[in-house]
Design a protein around this ligand. Structure first.
Ligand SMILES: *[C@@H]1O[C@H](CO)[C@@H](O)[C@H](O)[C@H]1NC(C)=O
Ligand SMILES: *[C@@H]1O[C@H](CO)[C@@H](O)[C@H](O)[C@H]1NC(C)=O
Ligand SMILES: *[C@@H]1O[C@H](CO)[C@@H](O)[C@H](O)[C@H]1NC(C)=O
Ligand SMILES: *[C@@H]1O[C@H](CO)[C@@H](O)[C@H](O)[C@H]1NC(C)=O
Ligand SMILES: *[C@@H]1O[C@H](CO)[C@@H](O)[C@H](O)[C@H]1NC(C)=O
Ligand SMILES: *[C@@H]1O[C@H](CO)[C@@H](O)[C@H](O)[C@H]1NC(C)=O
Ligand SMILES: *[C@@H]1O[C@H](CO)[C@@H](O)[C@H](O)[C@H]1NC(C)=O
Length: 490
């Protein structure tokens, strides 16, 4: 990416403030500079502070979507948990706004970006298999493709992300829907422990022995400190079957029927994502198939009978399958927002609502920006997906399954941001209305925090857990240090 373009685009974003925690007016640039210098003087040789226009600084502030990139005063790459503690103490006592970036895939501006101090976790980059305990230690700065690359030769796997480029930290701290979730639960259900730097700078380890923090960290994102390492349960992993096939819009009825029948089969080794996309006036359907064995059961027969335009499915290693889904790169002037709707079943009526919505909004938005691209992804899992773990911040109700959907828009003209956010909320509400009309009781179906658009009320994601989460946050962070960082805040 051209460095100047990134900087210009980051600076123009300074005018927006979707997720900004604390007014920056109280922090002139000399205040911020002195905080950066204080940090530089306090940290050990394993950590480093960078200033614009250093290439490390540009890497540190860069996000997948340019609409989530902001120009911070400086960036810091901590190299030890103790240094993260030092940094938090300095930021807390100077009340300096900051952000913590793992993979940088948050589509919400200000959630992992800031105009204050950008902390980038990239130096926490170790993946270590512990055969004796059946666990894998994973550094909080890694992306899932990096983790799977290391695990490929070991014969074990962890319940990780579904798209190359997504970071371990955000996906795990907000929930984590994996190709392996129908078998083993959410990513957060497969954490055995966290190395956590508390808001007051103390380094600690959190396990299931810790009632409140254990509950809060499992879905509560960056409210309780900064996680530097995750310890995941591991599973043995052999070759898998999978790939993507593309279908023209005249196959939508057949896809709808196949998807409905697929959900009745309860095959936990199987995972499909059905993606509807709209760009340049064209509606296209892509189905991502995954099966956790070299050959699938008959679970996909209905899909495979439908003629595809292109695409391939084959038997490969888990890592080769995963890599074939990417790479998800960044590009100049590539704005992306995401929102979500939750359903109990991807029934024919709900499927129709997705198709209607993408057609309505695809046409409308294309008239405003001819480069707009919409993608609505239907993400069914097994009906028992929430039975694999104990009470956690998310999901607030494990008694019955709800399935997320990912609604994303990509465009280039920043003056359309508000229009895009409005349209996404409208689609989310319309899908919910269609599910209700279909007899699905989604009135209290939680929205997935990692997909939800900025401004979503906490109760819509965390339900009846909000009060407990607020109490845990107040007890662990009486000075509200983590409130200086953006994101969903208790
Ligand atoms: C910045 O703010 C501090 C107080 O926070 C003040 O002492 C200082 O003079 C200000 N500097 C500039 C350049 O405005
Ligand atoms: C991990 O981070 C350290 C410190 O930045 C760096 O020296 C090392 O090359 C990184 N390792 C990998 C595998 O990227
Ligand atoms: C599908 O084909 C593409 C291009 O030929 C290739 O890059 C990809 O790895 C293949 N995917 C699978 C799962 O075989
Ligand atoms: C799948 O689960 C549903 C709900 O429990 C049940 O009605 C259905 O019979 C199951 N299907 C199969 C093939 O076991
Ligand atoms: C961006 O959108 C605004 C408002 O719709 C419009 O006035 C402007 O011409 C657009 N800019 C570009 C480069 O298309
Ligand atoms: C979506 O927006 C349209 C106007 O464009 C409005 O008529 C409709 O009520 C909205 N639907 C929902 C569910 O918010
Ligand atoms: C930091 O916070 C933890 C948890 O509230 C507390 O146990 C510990 O005593 C605090 N440490 C310091 C140095 O204040």
């Amino acid at each position: 990416m051209a460095l100047t373009t990134l900087l210009l685009c980051a600076f123009s974003l300074a005018l927006l403030s979707y997720g900004q925690p604390e007014a920056l007016e109280n922090h002139n640039s000399s205040d911020l500079l002195s905080t950066c210098n204080k940090i530089a003087a306090a940290i050990s040789g394993s950590s480093k502070v960078f200033f614009p226009p250093a290439s490390e600084y540009l890497f540190d502030i860069e996000h997948f979507s340019s609409s989530s990139t902001e120009a911070s005063a400086c960036s810091v790459e901590p190299g030890s948990a103790e240094d993260v503690g030092e940094i938090l103490r300095i930021l807390g006592s100077s009340r300096t706004p900051f952000a913590v970036k793992g993979g940088g895939h948050s589509m919400n501006p200000g959630f992992s970006s800031t105009q204050g101090v950008q902390i980038t976790m990239s130096r926490f980059n170790k993946t270590k298999v512990n055969s004796a305990s059946g666990t894998v230690d994973v550094g909080a700065g890694l992306t899932w493709d990096q983790v799977f690359a290391t695990l490929e030769s070991t014969g074990v796997n962890v319940v990780g992300g579904r798209i190359p480029g997504i970071g371990v930290a955000g996906l795990t701290l907000g929930g984590g829907y994996s190709f392996l979730s129908s078998q083993y639960g959410l990513t957060l259900d497969n954490v055995a422990g966290y190395e956590l730097v508390l808001p007051n700078g103390t380094v600690t380890t959190v396990t299931s022995e810790d009632d409140d923090l254990w509950f809060g960290l499992r879905g509560g994102l960056n409210n309780f400190g900064i996680v530097t390492k995750f310890i995941f349960k591991s599973y043995s992993q052999g070759n898998v079957w999978g790939g993507i096939r593309f279908y023209s819009d005249n196959q939508l009825d057949a896809i709808k029927e196949a998807l409905f029948k697929y959900q009745q089969k309860n095959d936990t080794r199987a995972k499909v994502d059905v993606s509807l996309s709209y760009s340049s006036g064209q509606l296209l359907c892509a189905v991502l198939f995954f099966y956790d064995a070299p050959t699938p059961s008959g679970v996909y027969d209905d899909f495979l009978d439908i003629p595809a335009i292109k695409g391939n499915v084959s038997t490969t290693s888990f890592f080769d399958f995963f890599q074939s889904l990417g790479p998800q790169g960044t590009s100049d002037n590539h704005r992306v927002f995401e929102d979500t709707a939750s359903v109990i079943q991807y029934s024919p009526a709900v499927f129709d609502a997705f198709v209607d919505q993408i057609n309505i909004w695809g046409r409308r938005l294309q008239a405003l920006d001819e480069n707009v691209a919409l993608a609505l992804v239907l993400e069914p899992f097994d009906k028992d997906i929430f039975s694999h773990g104990t009470a956690s911040a998310y999901p607030p109700d494990r008694s019955h399954a709800i399935f997320p959907s990912s609604l994303t828009f990509e465009w280039s003209n920043a003056s359309l941001d508000d229009t895009m956010a409005f349209a996404l909320r409208n689609i989310s509400n319309s899908i919910r209305a269609a599910a209700l009309a279909d007899g699905q009781d989604v009135s209290h179906a939680a929205l997935y925090p990692n997909y939800a658009l900025f401004g979503t009320p906490l109760e819509d994601m965390y339900g009846g857990n909000v009060e407990r989460l607020r109490k845990i946050k107040a007890a662990i962070d009486p000075e509200d240090v983590m409130g200086l960082a953006g994101g969903w805040k208790f």
